[in-house]
Design a protein around this ligand. Sequence first.
Ligand code: CA
Length: 244
Amino acid sequence: MSRKPSILIVEDESGIADTLQYVLATDGFAPVWASTAEEAIRLFAAEPPALAVLDVGLPDLNGFELFRRLQALPGGSQVPMLFLTARSDEIDRVVGLELGADDYIAKPFSPRELVARVRTILRRSARPVVSATPAPVPPVNAPVVWLLDEERHQIRFYGKSLELSRYEYGVLRLLVQRPGRVFTRDELLLQVWGDDNDSFDRTVDAHIKTLRAKLKAVAPTLEPIRTLRGTGYALNEELPAAPA
Ligand code: CA
């Protein structure tokens, strides 16, 4: 029998935490509750959970900052995380997704809905990324510009290792494997996020934006990812052998 997936709940309101623990336990998960960011970091460092639910408004640390710290812990970047926010604010949502969070839920929310989202996220993160067609051998000059290390989930750009979130890696991996091929937002959503309908086109755009910023830090004058207006994104095949 396999172990129940542990879900770390970081929430300072005990009423909400109690409800979440109850519904998650009823649904076959092993919930672990931390009421402060400090406690969450300690529990997470001792054993990374299968998924973490982070309240944005915590007494000792902002949930976004906690997310960054958890991601930096060993194994942290592999753990899907979902934000709970009191404000149904667009800003919170965009900040959360740009940081690389897997989803967010605005309070008040239905505990059942949260459990359904947790299931969806765990299902899609368990599924390997499947390309519609096998990746062709990259062009001879590709390794100079791009180096894809699938075992380490790392991509090097002009020799520089990129610090990528799980989804940024998933998107860039697809683009790098098929230079010049145009991927529509729907294709990227399907292949990187999975075929649940909780995600939306702006999720893709937000991740492309953060990816571009990271690539720009390496090669400020180049545009490695092309936008095909109204269509999608493609890797620029015309990159020079060395950054300008
Ligand atoms: Ca709170």
